[in-house]
Design a protein around this ligand. Structure first.
Ligand code: GLC
Length: 618
C-alpha cells in the first residue's frame, strides 16, 4: 500500500478544511445554485458596445423619485434606476394604486430612450412592503432571528417580494446582514442576530425568498445585502455627532472583521444576491464607500461577487469635502451605482467630466455598467416579449389573509419567553377579568417600529389591516371574559391577571442611537401598578433590542420579549393563551447592565442576564 506522505493528523486536518470549504461554497442541500450573473455577459457586451458614455453614466445614477426635477429626466439623463427612500411616497398619495401608477409612469419614461433600457426601482422592503398602506408588516429581523427558521425567513421574503411586485417595483434594499455588537445602535433590530452563523444562514434564506429560484420569475425582486462591511461593529462615540454609533468607525483587525461581519456576505453572494450596499460606516478610519480593498479586492475579486454595488443614500458625499473628488474616489474604489437622491444632475456631469479628464478609466465605467446590465438581463427586463409594467392581478393577494397568516406565524415563533413562574402562562381564555396596560398594548405603530409607512415609523394607527395586541387579546378570550385597558396600570384591583405591554417607540438609523437602554419610567410604573393590585403580571416587551429590565423582571410572573412584531398582533395572543407554545430563542445575549455593552469585549468575561439562544416554553 502506498505510504501516504502526510501523517494521519495532517490528513484529518486537510479533510476537515476541505469539508468546510465545500460547506461554505456550495448552496445548502436541496437548493439549486442560481444562474451565475456573468453568464449573461454575451448579451451585456453586445449592448455595452452600442452605448454612449452618457448612456453608461445614466445607468450608474439613482435619484429618489420625489426629487426628480422632471420625470422626463429619466430620458434626459438615461437614468437606470430610481428609489423611494423611507419618506418618498407618490405625489398622488400613499395607496396601492398610487404606488403602482407611479412605477408604471416612471418605467414608461425609460422606454422613450434610444436603447429603452428599463429602470430598476428600489425600496426598503425590510419587513414587508412597509412603505405602502395596507401591506402586511412582518416582524423586524431581530425577531425573525429568534425563530432560527430559515424556511420561514425565506417565505417571509417571498411574500414580501410578491407584495412589492404588486406595485410593479422590482428591487428591495434587503436583507440587512449586519451583525450588531452594541445594542445601543439604532439599527440593531435590522439585523438577524449578534451571532454571525445565524446571520449567514438567515441572510441567504432571505435572498432566496426575494430572488426566487430564478430572478426572471415575475414574482422575484432583486435583493440587496447590506451594509457592507462591519456596519454593526462601530465603536461607541466614533460616529459624527449627534450620532453615537451609526455611521461610525469599526476598529478591528481584518481577521475579526471577516470572522464577525463577513459571513452574511459569504452566504448571500453564494445565494446569488444581485446587489450589495456598502455601509456609511468606516473600517479603521476609511469610509467603506471609498475602500478599494473592501469593494473590489475582497468582495469582487476574492469572493467573486458578480452583481453591482449601490451606494447608500448620499453616502459617497461623506468621503471628502470635494464632491467631484468623492465621486472619483468611490467609483474607482469599485462603487457601481450611486444613490444620489437629489443632486443627480451634478453627479452625472461630474462623472462624465472625470472620465473625459482620464481620472476615472472607461474600463471602470464599463465594469460598473456590465454588472448593472447583468442584473437587468437576469431579471428579464431586457426581454421584449415581457411586459415591464405592474401586474395588477397581484393586488388580489396584497395584504391578504393568507399573507397575514404567515406573518402571524412569524410573530408567534419570534416571541422569546424569558420567565414564567406560578404558571402565569398560558392564560385561560375563560379568565373572569383581564386588565391590559402599557403604552404599547394598543398601538400598532409602536408594535411595527421604524421603517413603517414613514422612515422613522410612528405611533398610532399607522396602517390599515393590522391588529394591536389589545385587540388580539379581546378577540382571543371567551365572551364571558371582561377585558379592561388602563394604560398606566391603575384600576387593576379585582382583576384576575394583568398583561402590561411596554418598551420602545419607533425609530430608525441614528435616531435610535441610545447611550442608555433603561426602561421608560412610565413603563416601570405601569408594571408596578399592576403588581400593587396583587395579581399575576405578564410583561410583554416591544423593543428593537434587549433593554435593561432589572426594574421589572422581579415584579413579573412572566416576561416575553416580543421585539417589533409588526401588524399581526394575533401572533402574540396565540402564545399568551396557549394556542401555540413559545419556541423563540434569543438572537442576542441579554445584558445585565449597561456595563456589559458592547458584547464580546475581550477585556471582560461576559456573563449576560440571558445567554444567546435562551428561551423557555411551557
Ligand atoms: C438609508 C439606509 C439604507 C437604505 C437607504 C435607502 O439611509 O442606510 O439602509 O436602504 O438609505 O432608503
Amino acid at each position: 500500500m502506498m505510504k501516504c506522505c502526510f501523517p494521519l493528523r495532517r490528513r484529518t486536518l486537510l479533510a476537515v478544511i476541505l469539508l468546510l470549504v465545500v460547506f461554505l461554497v456550495l448552496p445548502p442541500a436541496g437548493v439549486a445554485a442560481p444562474r451565475p450573473l456573468a453568464s449573461f455577459d454575451p448579451q451585456v457586451k453586445a449592448l455595452l458596445t452600442r452605448m454612449t458614455l452618457e448612456e453608461k453614466i445614466g445607468q450608474m445614477t439613482q435619484p429618489d423619485q420625489s426629487f426628480l426635477k422632471d420625470p422626463a429626466d429619466i430620458e434626459n439623463y438615461f437614468l437606470g434606476s430610481v428609489l423611494s427612500g423611507g419618506n418618498s411616497d407618490p405625489k398622488a398619495g400613499n395607496s396601492l394604486q398610487a404606488w403602482t401608477d407611479l412605477y408604471d409612469q416612471l418605467q414608461a419614461h425609460s422606454q422613450k430612450t434610444r436603447l429603452r433600457i428599463p429602470l430598476l426601482y428600489g425600496v426598503d422592503a425590510v419587513h414587508g412592503h412597509n412603505n405602502v398602506l395596507g401591506a402586511v408588516v412582518f416582524p423586524h429581523n431581530i425577531g425573525l432571528g429568534c425563530t432560527r427558521d430559515a424556511a420561514l425567513v425565506e417565505e417571509v421574503a417571498r411574500i414580501t417580494a410578491e407584495e412589492v411586485r404588486a406595485t410593479g417595483i422590482n428591487w428591495a434594499f434587503a436583507p440587512c446582514v449586519t451583525v450588531p455588537q452594541d445594542e445601543r445602535w439604532g439599527r440593531t433590530y435590522e439585523g438577524f442576530s449578534e451571532d454571525p452563523r445565524l446571520v449567514r444562514r438567515l441572510g441567504a434564506a432571505a435572498v432566496r425568498g426575494f430572488q426566487g429560484g430564478d430572478l426572471a420569475d415575475p414574482l422575484s425582486v432583486l435583493a440587496c445585502a447590506k451594509h457592507y462591511l462591519g456596519d454593526g461593529g462601530t465603536a461607541f462615540g466614533s460616529a459624527k455627532r449627534p450620532n453615537l454609533l451609526d455611521q461610525g468607525d469599526t476598529r478591528v483587525d481584518e481577521a475579526t472583521l471577516r470572522r464577525i461581519h463577513l459571513p452574511g456576505y459569504l452566504s448571500t453572494v453564494r445565494a446569488g444576491v444581485g446587489s450589495i450596499m456598502p455601509s456609511y460606516s468606516s473600517w479603521n478610519g476609511v469610509k467603506c464607500s471609498a475602500d478599494k480593498y473592501l469593494l473590489t479586492d475582497l468582495l469582487k475579486r476574492q469572493l467573486g461577487f458578480q452583481g453591482f454595488l449601490i451606494s447608500d443614500y448620499n453616502a459617497i458625499d461623506q468621503i471628502t469635502n470635494d464632491y467631484r473628488k468623492c465621486i472619483e474616489i468611490s467609483i474607482n474604489a469599485g462603487m457601481d451605482m450611486v444613490m444620489v437622491p437629489d443632486h443627480y444632475r451634478e453627479f452625472f456631469t461630474d462623472l462624465r467630466d472625470l472620465v473625459n479628464d482620464g481620472k476615472v478609466p472607461m474600463a471602470r465605467i464599463d465594469d460598473a455598467v456590465t454588472r448593472i446590465l447583468r442584473v437587468k438581463f437576469a431579471l428579464g427586463l431586457m426581454d421584449t416579449n415581457r411586459s415591464l409594467f405592474a401586474d395588477r392581478g397581484l393586488w388580489a393577494s396584497f395584504g391578504s389573509p393568507a399573507h397575514r397568516a404567515v406573518a402571524r406565524r412569524a410573530v408567534r415563533e419570534s416571541l422569546v419567553l424569558l420567565k414564567n413562574e406560578h404558571h402565569a402562562l398560558p392564560i385561560s381564555k375563560h379568565t373572569g377579568r383581564l386588565v391590559v396596560a402599557g403604552k404599547n398594548a394598543d398601538d400598532l405603530g409602536n408594535q411595527c417600529g421604524g421603517w413603517t409607512i414613514d422612515w422613522q415609523g410612528k405611533s398610532g394607527d399607522v396602517t390599515p389591516g393590522g391588529t394591536t395586541i389589545l385587540a388580539a387579546i379581546r378577540h382571543a378570550v371567551s365572551p364571558s371574559t371582561q377585558v379592561t385597558f388602563s394604560k398606566d396600570g391603575a384600576a387593576a384591583a379585582g382583576a384576575d391577571l394583568g398583561v402590561v405591554v411596554i418598551g420602545e417607540k419607533p425609530y430608525a438609523e441614528f435616531m435610535g442611537d441610545r447611550a442608555d437602554l433603561a426602561l421608560a419610567p412610565e413603563d416601570v410604573a405601569a408594571v408596578k401598578n399592576l403588581k400593587a393590585a396583587g395579581i399575576p403580571v405578564v410583561v410583554i416587551l416591544i423593543s428593537g433590542r434587549p433593554m435593561i429590565i432589572n426594574d421589572v423582571l422581579d415584579e413579573a410572573d412572566a416576561f416575553i420579549a416580543a421585539w417589533l412584531p409588526g401588524t399581526e398582533g394575533e401572533g402574540v395572543a396565540d402564545v399568551l393563551f396557549g394556542d401555540y407554545k413559545p419556541i423563540g430563542k434569543l438572537s442576542h445575549s441579554w445584558p445585565r447592565s449597561m456595563a456589559q455593552i458592547p458584547i464580546n469585549r475581550g477585556d471582560h468575561p461576559y456573563d449576560p442576564l440571558f445567554k444567546l439562544g435562551f428561551g423557555l416554553s411551557y
